[in-house]
Structures are given as structure tokens and as C-alpha cells.
Design a protein around this ligand. Structure first.
Ligand code: ATP
Ligand code: PRP
Ligand code: NIO
Ligand code: MG
Length: 496
């Protein structure tokens, strides 16, 4: 099997839903392929019933778009596709068009590590309709997952209140690529290291780890196992103490720790992986302190997540380092973010863009029409509100009102004059040419930390977080209302 070679070294252009290709063909056939359009990628609700979301995945998107090309093997595969009647599905002329297609879109996006909110675009794609359409599935695939995991990691790290969180998820992750992307997103969200060595090699994430029960079980006694490990790695001993009896395990760790000290080496700590983690960590802390190991760390693992960590903190457990696997990389208990990608404007023959609306019974699902940007306002370094506004809209610095896109009675007055502002969408591609340079994973992780710090803690709490205001600038709100009413054949004037 050449799984990795076949999967990752070829072209990724076919990593899309089939209907994107049938639509692409139909756009081409009806002469619309090159019509300019604008699409936005956004989500509607924070994951994990939280009050914030942490964006991740842009470096993958950049890489995907840069290499966007239908290779000859992709074309061969499409050329062999037949319909029910046994006729070729795609016109060879269309396939020639596809094989000559060069990525030429403008892309604006939030940088990785940006805190983001519902309904505001995280990515805006402007370009030939056919290309915008073909990007839908891969962009969602990349952003939905990495943003979800970065958010979960941020929550877990917030719960750990600055203690290191080690990501141990590889064995439980969603396949090979899911594991790698999860390790990367976890690092962005604040984890200190990964156990996934390949993620270390590919992304430069620090790798770390302890040892498993199998190591202990392969010896006659736990003591022998600790001694042998100390012999192999005298500078990096974190003894797993719960294979047989946790208290005895701590005693044995202390004995080997003392022997190490005689050689001028210091045991780093112990790991507890079962039982009542509050009870055993506090017992172990007492024993370690009494034996002269106040600096030995206590690592805890076993199905941890932000809620169990919060509970253990509340119980004053003596845990210094948290090993978190399954529930982090599988985004327990929300398996997907649910971001969507919607057309918001299309250029007509006279060169102007027509804003587009999708009507829904649920106001939550009515999109924001037009071409927009997002501004974040800060007061004394703290984020106070985000405003979605039409790109060509002049902003009155003296005062404006932003209106909640779901409930128009929720409004907030903003005085831009008194605030600092940040434009959230950054230019990434212009006419297919990359104009953005990734800051690199360390800087992205640092941005995530600074972004999270710029939000009040009430938005970051785990239970019933305080809603952060995100609204449509007034003119955009009016445009949207007008289009909704028109689409339902109601006269907007009747609303006044
Ligand atoms: N003091 C505590 N407060 C809240 N949750 C805890 C506490 N101690 C442990 N937990 C959590 O409770 C769960 C216990 O899991 P489980 O019922 O599998 O027991 P276990 O001790 O892991 O058993 P095993 O020996 O099979 O590993 C884990 O998710 C763990 O993180
Ligand atoms: O619990 P997680 O957050 O996924 O962290 C990773 C887990 O993986 C390892 O054991 P594994 O679960 O493979 O076996 P065990 O449960 O029998 O210890 C480790 O000891 C942790 O318990
Ligand atoms: O290094 C560890 O302790 C580790 C690694 C993976 C899974 N569980 C634990
Ligand atoms: Mg386990």
C-alpha cells in the first residue's frame, strides 16, 4: 500500500464533493464559469456551548490554493466517468478547460489564532464562480476541523490555568491526517507539546512523553522497571505509578528518585493515569514533599477534558501537568464545527456586484448579503465588539450602531473615535498570487494567546458564557432586511 504517497503527493483537486464538479460543468456549459462571485465561510454557533471560537487552518488553505490544479491523472479519472446511459459524463472540452484552469481568486481571511464569532466571515473568496465553487468543500474541510480542535485546545488550556497541557491524542484521532491536523491545531490552542512524533517533524511542535503500563508490566517488579528507565533516561524520568498500586508506585518512584539524586540527577516527576485523580495527586504530593522532592511534577491523564480539569482544580488536586488525548483530538462532545460557505454577491454585465440572499424559515440561516469586512473594536486593549460592514461603506467615527443579525432589537452603540480597531480579514491572495506570508506556528500560537487575553473572562467561561456583541453595521442591516422582504415579495417601505 502506498497510502501516504498516493494520498498526499498527488493533486488534491478531486478532494471535493462530486456535486461541485457537476456544478462546475454546468457553470461552464451555461457560460457562467468566469462570472465573478463572492463567497463567505462562516459558522453560526460556537462549539461546545462556549462563548468563543479560535480560528485555525489558514496555512493549509494557502497551501491548497497555491497548488490548486487538476493533474493529468485527475482528468483521466473524470474523463472515464459515465452517466446512467453509459455516455461520458463530462465533455472533453470542459476537461481541457479544467486542466488549463489556474487559480486566480482573491482571498481574504482571518489569521490563524484569531478569536472569531458567529456569522462573521472567516474567509472571503472572490473570483470566477467556478473556482469559488470548487473551493467550497476543501476550505470547509480544512477550517471546520482545525478551528474546532484549536477551540477545544484553548478551552482545555484555559481550564488548566497556565499548567502545561500535553497532547496525547494520536491513538484515538480520526485517522492519519486528522491526527496530524489535530496536533497542529492543539498546539495553536495552547498545548505545550504533542506525543505525535510526525507532527513534531512536520510542524516543529515540541514532542514529549512518559512511558506506558506495558513498560512496567514487562518487568518482574515495578521497581525494576523504574530503575531500568532511570538507567536509560536519567534526565527525563516521569514514572507511571498506577500499574499495580498507586501509593506503592509513589514510594518506588521516591526510592529511584533518591538513587538518581546520588548520581547528581533529578527525577522530573510521576504520572497518575487512573483512580481518583484528586485523592491520589494530593497523597502523592504529600509523600513527594516529605521525601524531599517538592519540585517533582505530578502529571495526570485519563479521559480528561476542560470540565474534568475544572472540577479537579476546584477540588484542589495537586496536578501540575495535564496529559489529554481522546477528548481533545476528537473534539468531545461536538464532532463538527458546522461552518458553511455561502454566495453573498455576484457581478453582473455592467460590472456591479449584486448582493445575494438565501431565505430561510430560521432567521439564523439567512446569510449576510454583499461584500463585507469585519472590524474589531478595542478599548484599553480589551475587545468590545465586532462589526460586519459593507466593504465600501464609510464609517462615521463619531458614532454608529451595530445590529445583531439574528435579533434586530439587540443593538449596540459604538464610538469608533474612542476605540482602537483591527481589520480582521487580511489579504491572502490577489488574482491567485499569494500576498500573505504565514507568521509560522510559534507566532500563530502566540497570537492565539494574545487574542484570548484580549477578551473578558466572562466570554471564556465554560458554563453559560456572556455573549460578545457582533453586529451588522446599520446600512448592511438595512440592505439585508430589504433583500429579505423583497425576496418574499413584501414592500420594504411597509416596514417603516
Ligand atoms: N477527583 C475526580 N473528580 C472528577 N473526575 C475524576 C476524578 N478523578 C478521576 N476523574 C475522572 O473520572 C473518570 C474515571 O474513569 P474510569 O471510570 O475509567 O476509572 P479509572 O480509574 O480510569 O479506571 P481504570 O483503572 O480502568 O483506568 C476519568 O474520566 C477521570 O479523568
Ligand atoms: O485518556 P486520554 O485523554 O485519551 O489520554 C491518553 C491515554 O492513552 C494512554 O492509555 P490508553 O488510553 O491507551 O490505555 P488505558 O486507558 O488502559 O491506560 C494514556 O495512559 C492515557 O490514559
Ligand atoms: O507519553 C505518554 O505518557 C503518553 C503518550 C500517548 C498516550 N498516552 C500517554
Ligand atoms: Mg485510557
Amino acid at each position: 500500500m502506498k497510502i501516504t504517497k498516493d494520498l498526499y503527493q498527488g493533486s488534491l483537486a478531486l478532494l471535493t464533493d462530486f456535486y461541485q464538479l457537476t456544478m462546475a460543468y454546468a457553470y461552464w456549459k451555461s457560460g457562467k464559469a468566469e462570472q465573478e462571485a463572492v463567497f463567505n465561510l462562516f459558522f453560526r454557533k460556537h462549539p461546545f456551548q462556549g462563548g468563543f471560537t479560535l480560528a485555525a487552518g489558514l496555512d493549509y488553505v494557502v497551501d491548497y490554493c497555491k497548488n490548486f490544479k487538476f493533474g493529468s491523472e485527475d482528468i483521466d479519472y473524470l474523463a472515464a466517468m459515465k452517466n446512467q446511459e453509459g455516455e461520458l459524463l463530462f465533455d472533453p472540452e470542459f476537461l481541457k478547460y479544467l486542466s488549463n484552469m489556474k487559480f486566480s481568486c482573491d482571498i481574504d481571511a482571518v489569521e490563524e489564532g484569531t478569536v472569531v464569532f458567529p456569522n462573521a466571515p472567516m474567509i472571503r473568496v472572490k473570483g470566477p464562480l467556478i473556482q469559488c465553487q470548487l473551493l467550497e468543500t476543501p476550505l470547509l474541510n480544512i477550517f471546520n476541523f482545525q478551528t474546532l480542535i484549536a477551540t477545544k485546545a484553548a478551552r482545555i488550556n484555559l481550564a488548566a490555568k497556565g499548567d502545561p497541557v500535553l497532547e496525547f491524542g494520536l491513538r484515538r484521532a480520526q485517522g492519519i491526517d486528522g491526527a496530524l491536523a489535530a496536533s497542529r491545531a492543539s498546539y495553536i490552542g495552547g498545548c505545550s507539546s504533542t506525543s505525535n512524533v510526525m507532527a513534531g517533524k512536520l510542524f516543529g511542535i515540541p514532542v514529549s512523553g512518559t512511558h506506558a503500563h506495558s513498560w512496567i508490566m514487562s518487568f518482574e517488579t515495578e521497581m525494576e522497571a523504574f530503575e531500568a528507565y532511570a538507567n536509560a533516561f536519567p534526565d527525563r524520568c516521569i514514572f507511571l505509578v498506577d500499574t499495580y498500586d498507586t501509593i506503592t508506585g509513589v514510594k518506588n518512584a521516591i526510592k529511584v528518585g533518591k538513587a538518581l539524586r546520588k548520581q547528581g540527577k533529578e527525577m522530573l516527576g510521576i504520572r497518575i493515569d487512573s483512580g481518583d485523580l484528586a485523592y491520589y495527586s494530593n497523597k502523592a504530593r504529600e509523600m513527594l514533599d516529605e521525601a524531599g522532592f517538592p519540585d517533582a511534577k505530578i502529571v495526570a491523564s485519563n479521559d480528561l477534558d476542560e470540565h474534568i480539569i475544572t472540577s479537579l482544580k476546584g477540588q484542589e488536586a495537586s496536578i501540575n501537568v495535564w496529559g489529554v488525548g481522546t477528548k481533545l483530538v476528537t473534539a468531545f462532545d461536538q464532532p463538527a464545527l458546522g461552518a458553511v460557505y455561502k454566495l453573498s454577491a455576484i457581478r453582473i454585465e455592467n460590472g456591479t456586484y449584486v448582493p445575494k440572499i438565501k431565505i430561510s424559515q430560521q432567521s439564523l440561516k439567512i446569510n449576510v448579503p454583499g461584500i463585507h469586512n469585519v472590524k474589531r473594536y478595542y478599548s484599553k486593549g480589551k475587545a468590545v465588539a465586532d462589526m460586519i460592514y459593507l466593504e465600501d461603506q464609510e464609517i462615521n467615527p463619531k458614532g454608529l450602531v451595530i445590529i445583531d443579525p439574528i435579533d434586530s432589537t439587540r443593538r449596540k452603540r459604538i464610538m469608533p473615535y474612542f476605540y482602537q480597531e483591527e481589520e480582521l480579514l487580511q489579504p491572502i491572495f490577489r488574482k491567485g498570487k499569494q500576498v500573505y506570508k504565514s507568521p509560522g506556528l510559534e507566532r500563530i500560537r502566540q497570537r492565539a494567546k494574545e487574542q484570548l487575553e484580549s477578551f473578558d473572562k466572562t466570554h471564556k467561561r465554560m458554563v453559560n458564557p456572556h455573549l460578545y456583541p457582533v453586529g451588522l453595521e446599520e446600512n448592511l442591516h438595512h440592505l439585508r432586511t430589504e433583500l429579505v422582504l423583497k425576496a418574499q415579495q413584501l414592500d420594504p417601505k411597509d416596514e417603516k
